[in-house]
Design a protein around this ligand. Structure first.
Ligand code: F0G
Length: 404
């Protein structure tokens, strides 16, 4: 069994190569950087007891003797959605329940790798801009590693569960007026100016290396599906999944690649718009109920569009009503609780079936990126509690319980 020897950080744009353990987030030319992973024969290491992200250590570049900062992230359930799948006449419909990660979102996959690398490179503090999930995950992993966490968030625009996590982990919180895009701008300025802060947003190439493992798990469990449906905000996750799938193909582990359906909220859909019109434009004041993906200037938009095109996939924007309807359907038809940003996948799938991009009889996996409890504060307003009035209560007992 060979160990992973990633030989370089490589620029997407000009192909320039840099040493792996340089705290560098962009190329001299301004392009984004990714790790080049040499073709590996074996997907997993020989230790069968390891579950989750680190099972795929062969594919993850980290310093040799790094202390791994982990909380058992990954190995999330892939759950069949029988009722909804039958209704939509699909052969198989699954959801990958990323909300069951330690801090309740897929971000933990990338954070275990990025915080491990940051610590190994001598970082004392980590920083990120976030709509909440990245911030919560980074704060937790920073505590576990004994590092300081600073998060920059759009004031008043992050869901209550995520605020609670920031309070619990005691992150230093810098609020900015505006959207995630303003927070991202601020954080880039700060990390340029104060080089001791390690930037943990997904332009950090280590994040991508952890997040790609969701693709490995899906393929190990059910082989290659026809479609993977991904909610898209900043575009880091769709890029990660596509990178992981391509590495599997280069290693000869799979032959065919799935197609990717990218789904955005219609108030924040620069990537879906660009895919449909052929012309990219930022959205200056993004707005959607799905606060996690309320992003108008995605850092990875070019990578996202490239992944969709290379996969012969599609991109679509869905409106807030359909997002909430899908959140409710997943909960009430299947018992699956996801946050609204994850529910966009079901709304997008419905559109894709209407458009006949996805055909009946195909196998589809939705990426359920975050846990419903992230929005615990908003849910009773969106879907009121079914409180029984005294008379009505009695009626229900009679009807469902049967009279004595
Ligand atoms: N779903 C959830 C629940 C998210 O939190 C995010 C991103 C996405 C989907 C989209 O992923 O940005 O890689 O395209 N949340 C980031 C954050 C922006 O700050 O937590 P993406």
């Amino acid at each position: 069994m060979r160990r992973c020897e990633p030989n370089a950080l490589v620029c997407d744009k000009c192909g320039r190569r840099y040493p792996v353990f340089e705290n560098r987030l962009r190329c001299e030319c301004g392009g984004l950087l990714h790790f080049e992973i040499k073709s590996i024969k074996n997907l997993t290491s020989q230790k069968p007891k390891i579950r989750g992200v680190w099972k795929y250590k062969n594919f993850i570049p980290i310093p040799k003797n790094a202390e791994i900062i982990s909380m058992g992230e990954g190995a999330t359930p892939l759950i069949r959605l029988k009722r909804i799948g039958d209704m939509l006449k699909l052969k198989d419909l699954f959801i990958k329940l990323e909300g069951s990660n330690p801090t309740g979102s897929f971000k933990d996959r990338g954070m275990t790798v990025a915080v491990t690398a940051a610590k190994a490179m001598g970082a004392r503090a980590v920083i990120s801009a976030s709509t909440g999930n990245t911030a919560a995950s980074m704060s937790a992993y920073a505590r576990r590693a004994g590092l300081q966490a600073i998060v920059v968030v759009p004031k008043g625009k992050i869901a209550g569960g995520k605020v609670s996590q920031l309070a619990l982990y005691g992150a230093a919180v810098l609020e900015v007026i505006g959207s995630f895009d303003n927070a991202m701008k601020k954080v880039l300025e700060l990390s340029e100016r104060y080089r001791g802060f390690y930037l943990m947003n997904s332009i950090n190439p280590w994040r991508i290396e952890g997040q790609k493992t969701v693709a490995f798990e899906i393929v190990e469990e059910i082989g290659v599906p026809d479609w993977i449906v991904v909610p898209v905000g900043n575009g880091g996750n769709i890029f990660s999944i596509w990178k992981g799938l391509n590495e599997l193909r280069s290693a000869g582990i799979i032959e065919n690649l799935p197609r990717i359906l990218a789904v955005q909220a219609s108030g924040a859909s620069p990537i879906a718009n660009a895919f449909q019109t052929g012309k990219y434009a930022d959205i200056s004041s993004p707005s959607t109920v799905a606060s996690a993906i309320n992003i108008g200037r995605p850092v990875h938009w070019e990578r996202a569009i490239k992944a969709i095109k290379e996969s012969s996939g599609q991109a679509v924007a869905v409106n807030d009503d359909n997002i909430l309807k899908s959140q409710l359907d997943l909960a009430r038809s299947e018992g699956i609780g996801v946050e609204s940003a994850s529910a966009v996948t079901l709304a997008g799938l419905r559109r894709a079936l209407e458009e006949e991009w996805i055909e009946k009889g195909e196998r589809v996996v939705l990426i359920g990126t975050g846990n419903a409890l992230k929005e615990a504060d908003q849910i009773p307003n969106r879907f009121p509690l079914n409180i029984l009035q005294s008379g009505e209560g009695l009626e229900i007992f009679r009807k469902l319980g049967g009279e004595m």
